[in-house]
Ligand binder design. Structure first.
Ligand code: PDD
Length: 282
């Protein structure tokens, strides 16, 4: 099965897919991206991902080179060409190739890059047992709603998590929980599911939206408001949502066990939401 690369409008083997060293994505992080996975070979929530791509592009004044329908065609084509049972599609759009200068180039055309690789499911044992997280100061920029390729704080946070034996880093800004380095964060307190509101401090996760809908359908109450670090540490339950993590229980925060009675085990609400999500993706 081949890993697929795509540069501008050309498919090619991944190892042959290259862009210029003067690409502004490389030099300035002047670009945006999406990560889309398939279930049963079909791209999951493709419309929502492409709507977010459009929003990100607009926010950074980056013209989309094609219509949304054309993106859909390219993405589906890439998935078919790769032939994997399940694929992970990475899309990146930058402001193109130009001599290095901070101001927008007048002539450059955007660079669109896509990779299609096999999507290996998360370790089911980890999904069942839950994971540890650490908390970290959120020193990212003020527009975390834009899915920008400027991921240095996320990279450093995730590396720190790995070095300390944790799975994910949860960002705290001015004492409030924003999100994870690669996921959104939800806590359960007295049966209520709480998560940071959409806005400039978090990425509005495609999975987050679906999970909130499913949670309500399960008869659970949801509140989209910020919770404090203290709330996180004292939560009855915590879980992460995201394309790569799906619904993932958190059982330790900064080394301290959480869960029913400090058990360090996934709680009933998390398990209910996780099961609902698995049914949904079927
Ligand atoms: N990240 N928050 C951040 C900071 C993220 O990077 C992601 C996803 C999410 C979850 O969004 P979604 O449910 O749409 O995947 C939240 C992708 C997977 C990544 O950067 O690899």
């Amino acid at each position: 099965m081949p890993d697929i690369g795509f540069v501008n409008d050309r498919f090619l083997p991944l190892e042959e897919a290259t862009v210029s060293v003067e690409d502004r994505g490389f030099q300035f992080g002047d670009g945006i991206y999406e990560v889309i996975r398939t279930y049963h070979g079909q791209p999951f929530q493709l419309d929502a991902h492409l709507a977010r791509l459009e929003r990100s592009a607009k926010a950074v004044e980056l013209p989309l080179p094609w219509s949304i329908q054309q993106w859909v065609t390219y993405i589906r084509d890439g998935i078919t060409r790769s032939g994997y049972p399940e694929s992970k599609v990475y899309l990146q759009l930058t402001r193109g190739v130009a001599p290095r200068d901070h101001v927008f180039p007048s002539a450059a055309r955007p660079t669109a890059v896509m990779t299609v690789r096999e999507m290996k499911p998360m370790d089911p044992a980890l999904q069942a047992s839950g994971v540890s997280v650490i908390t970290m100061d959120d020193w990212r920029w003020g527009r975390c709603d834009i899915k920008s390729v400027n991921l240095l704080p996320n990279v450093l946070a995730r590396q720190k998590a790995k070095q300390t034996g944790a799975f994910e880093a949860v960002f705290i800004r001015s004492g409030r929980v924003t999100e994870g380095a690669v996921s959104n964060v939800m806590i359960v307190k007295a049966g209520l599911v709480l998560t940071a509101p959409e806005g400039e401090q978090i990425l509005s996760g495609v999975t987050r939206t679906i999970v909130l809908e499913l949670t309500k359908k399960e008869g659970l109450s949801v509140e989209e408001r910020f919770v404090s670090l203290d709330d996180l540490q004292r939560a009855d339950e915590i879980f992460l949502t995201g394309t790569t993590v799906e619904v993932l229980p958190v059982v330790r925060v900064d080394g301290k066990a959480i869960g029913p009675g400090g058990s360090g085990k996934p709680g009933p609400v998390t398990l209910k939401v996780q099961a609902a999500f698995q049914r949904f993706v079927g």
